[in-house]
Design a protein around this ligand. Structure first.
Ligand code: GLU
Length: 418
């Protein structure tokens, strides 16, 4: 097993086992709620323009569909594995249950480096994925969305591939979310995760007695989640004093111009070399002297090796599973508050739910409506978790208790017998 593969699945399994202990679930109940319903590995063969025919491995995991069809994004990286997708699908089950949308958890993966070829080649890979997984996706089965390495353009190709295959102009129901708005996507979906992260930070600051307008923020990862969260939090008066991505880091003690940084990142593929700050070692980002730390990239970045060096008072998990179980314990002992991923980054899937509803009803929502609903749901969910906390509880423990409890309730409400 690779380190990252161990990371995500281990973290997800550890978290649900701890929750089962707190909720007093039997081993059988734990197995019901935590075992994935379906794990599929498919080999897709296709010819890329001007290249030899090739093949890619793709994975689909439907972790749980008690509360509705499985929902979760498509991760495209050259190293993605079935175990990584399983861990992420499990996280989606808890995230959808916690934020209260009628979905279960799922995830898919495509073993391909999106930076290795042209847009045209990526389109071929996406279409080949869509054909390969056709019987595993659908409005009542599993509805994909963007995740690391995929974007709204790719979702547009999936939607086209599905409707083209059935010879119809539109798909029957919502097969994929995060589509371009022109194809029935919803306004504000791309920004939803990053904005949701900041809504939950605002709530946390209010409740923990921190002043967001005076806070110094460090962000790890400057993609769709990190860059939007940075731009949004600066609007509340905070200063983003350090940003790092997989290639490098940049710092400025009186605050980076995050809009210019996002533009620079867009043109150069990294924040490395941004002229409006001082270069820093990307691996030092977790240890920056700041008030709020936002890990918004890959999993397992807060580990037993660096957790004791964290100086932030609040960690907002924009990424999925950025904190390993060992790090979680260290941070808890250090009394650092963590807004757990299943709460903090749930804004994306919540707005995906609005897109699903919009498409099903052939309705259109305005940006104001979408942002209003997102703001309200993130704050309500945060509030629910915070109110349920007793002294000595972490936010992750309480969020997991609620999410796993809801899925269990759903399982019993459906009944155990076929
Ligand atoms: N990939 C996102 C996540 O991890 C969004 C999933 C979705 O919208 O279905 O939450």
């Amino acid at each position: 097993m690779t380190k990252q593969e161990m990371g995500i699945l281990n973290t997800a399994e550890w978290n649900v086992k701890q929750t089962a202990g707190r909720l007093g679930l039997t081993d059988t109940q734990l197995a019901w709620v935590s075992e994935p319903r379906e794990r599929v590995e498919i080999t897709c063969a296709h010819a890329l323009p001007d290249r030899e025919p090739t093949h890619v491995k793709v994975f689909v995991v439907r972790h749980n569909d008690t509360l509705g069809p499985s929902k979760g994004g498509i991760r495209m990286t050259p190293t993605v594995t079935l175990d990584e997708i399983t861990g992420l699908a499990m996280e989606m089950t808890w995230k959808t249950a916690l934020v209260g949308v009628p979905f279960g958890g799922g995830k898919s993966g495509i073993c391909y480096d999106p930076a290795s070829g042209t847009d045209r080649e990526k389109e071929k890979v996406i279409r080949s994925f869509t054909r390969g997984v056709a019987r595993h996706i659908g409005p009542e089965i599993y509805i994909p969305a963007p995740d690391m390495g995929t974007n709204e353009r790719d979702m547009g190709h999936i939607r086209d591939c599905v409707s083209y295959s059935s010879g119809k102009s539109i798909t029957q129901g919502c097969f994929v979310t995060g589509k371009p708005v022109i194809l029935g996507g919803i306004v504000g979906r791309r920004e939803a995760t990053g904005k949701g992260v900041v809504y939950s930070i605002q709530e946390a600051c209010d409740k923990l007695g921190m002043d967001i307008s005076k806070s110094r923020v460090a962000v790890q990862g400057f993609g769709n989640v990190g860059s939007v969260a940075a731009i949004e939090i600066v609007k509340h008066g905070a200063k983003v004093i350090a940003v790092a991505d997989h290639l490098g880091g940049i710092e400025k003690s009186d605050g980076l111009d995050v809009v210019a940084l996002a533009e620079y990142q867009n043109n150069n593929g990294s924040v490395k070399g941004f002229p409006g700050g001082t270069p820093m070692d990307k691996d030092d980002i977790m240890e920056v002297d700041c008030d709020i730390l936002i890990p918004a990239a890959v999993a397992s970045v807060l580990t037993e090796d660096n957790a004791h060096k964290v100086k932030a008072k609040l960690i907002a998990e924009g990424a999925n599973a950025p904190t390993t179980p060992g790090a979680d314990e260290i941070l808890f002992e250090k009394k650092i508050s963590i807004i757990p991923d299943i709460l903090c980054n749930a804004g994306g899937v919540f707005v995906s739910y609005l897109e699903y509803t919009q498409e099903t009803q052939r309705e259109q929502m305005t940006l104001q409506q979408v942002e209003g609903r997102l703001d309200e749901r993130m704050r309500e969910t945060f509030d629910m978790v915070f109110k349920a906390m007793k002294p000595g509880d972490s936010m992750r423990q309480v969020a997991m208790n609620i999410a796993v409890g809801r899925v269990m309730d759903g399982m019993y409400a459906r009944g155990m017998l076929p």
